[in-house]
Design a protein around this ligand. Structure first.
Ligand code: C2E
Ligand code: MG
Ligand code: MG
Length: 313
């Protein structure tokens, strides 16, 4: 693979077409952007070369993980202010291989998206969530539903709803126990296609959450078009107040506005007692963050539920 060999040697010039041998090379080049320095050649800064090599590394690690069955789904508690206990969880992807074990999916999910691997990965995550919800120990617990992340790229799959429905029925899980999280940016992309698929999920009885609220291109008109059960306020908004001391009034008003649309609020990234108090005083309904628990494998999550009654407050 000439492009990668060169990149590894920290070459800073990639000649086109000599060094671009495959469609994939070209895709990688275009994906990172380039600066034309002279006709037929691109100058690629060292940081971007790193990105090309990581792209290839993550892509092969993900393919290997799919083949070796080393994908995992971990769960992080979501705590209800009203009920004073854990009522839900977010399902989060992990990969149990040397290359990806210690990385956040935030690093490799974009690679899964650009390579189309997200389709298969997304179905795996969904099946794991259904299997989890079908377990007796979960049915008898305080967990009402599970939130899982949907990537904008999954909406390009025409069979997305049917595939989810087949898996869900196989495990006999009620659709009201599944909450699909999409980011503001995903909700804003692909307009018609995305909102049509979301409506179909709503018709089937699934619920929706708007993830990372406050970081993307908030389009208030669009927000009123789809019903979101929950709005998840991004951790950066909370941390801006708790750590940099600004914007509390903005958050209070934002929460009031969102609640007026009939959604409930989940605050992400609550790590300390101060952040918990702040979120509750601003009107948040649910709390997610290291204060109540990090994402953990299923068994550890269930053990954590048993000690839930002793949680602070
Ligand atoms: P997200 O959906 O916004 O998930 C919340 C992220 O915040 C998780 O990171 C979680 O571990 C982290 N987090 C929660 N509470 C705290 C806290 O108190 N402090 C700090 N510092 N972090 C906290 P994670 O697991 O690394 O996932 C990163 C992102 O990767 C997710 O952000 C989501 O966009 C994506 N992702 C994860 N799993 C999946 C998946 O199954 N499918 C898709 N499409 N994307 C996924
Ligand atoms: Mg999420
Ligand atoms: Mg989020």
């Amino acid at each position: 693979d000439p492009l990668r060999i060169r990149a590894e040697a920290i070459a800073t010039t990639i000649n086109v077409p000599e060094d671009v041998r495959s469609l994939e090379d070209l895709e990688n080049l275009l994906a990172i952007g380039y600066q034309k320095t002279r006709p037929g050649s691109f100058f690629v800064p060292a940081a971007e070369i790193r990105e090309i090599t990581l792209f290839g590394k993550y892509e092969s690690a993900l393919k290997k993980a799919l083949a070796d069955h080393t994908l995992r789904v971990w769960f992080q508690p979501i705590w209800s202010v009203r009920d004073q206990c854990t009522v839900s969880a977010e399902a989060l992807l992990r990969v149990d291989c040397d290359e990806l074990r210690d990385l956040s999916p935030g690093a490799y999910v974009p690679v899964a998206e650009k390579t189309g691997l997200i389709r298969q990965i997304g179905l795996f995550v969904f099946e794991e969530v259904c299997r989890f919800l079908s377990e007796e120990r979960i049915r008898n617990s305080s967990i009402r539903y599970v939130e899982l992340n949907l990537s904008a790229y999954q909406f390009y799959d025409d069979d997305l709803v049917e595939n989810f429905e087949t898996i869900r029925k196989k495990y006999g899980v009620d659709s009201s126990r599944i909450n699909l999280e999409i980011t503001e940016t995903a909700a804003a992309s692909g307009e018609g296609e995305v909102s049509e698929t979301l409506s179909r999920f709503l018709e089937k009885g699934y619920t929706l959450s708007l993830d990372d609220f406050g970081t993307g291109y908030s389009n208030l008109i669009r927000m009123t078009g789809t019903h979101y059960k929950n709005i998840k306020i991004d951790k950066s908004i909370l941390w801006n107040i708790s750590r940099d001391g600004g914007g509390r009034e903005t958050l209070v008003n934002l929460i009031r506005f969102v609640k007026g649309l009939g959604s409930e609020i989940i605050q992400e990234g609550v790590e300390t007692t101060e952040e918990l108090d702040l979120s509750v005083s601003c009107g948040c309904d649910y709390i997610q963050g290291y204060h109540f628990g990090r994402p953990v494998p299923e068994d550890a999550f269930v053990s954590g539920l048993a000690g839930d009654k002793e949680e602070p407050r």
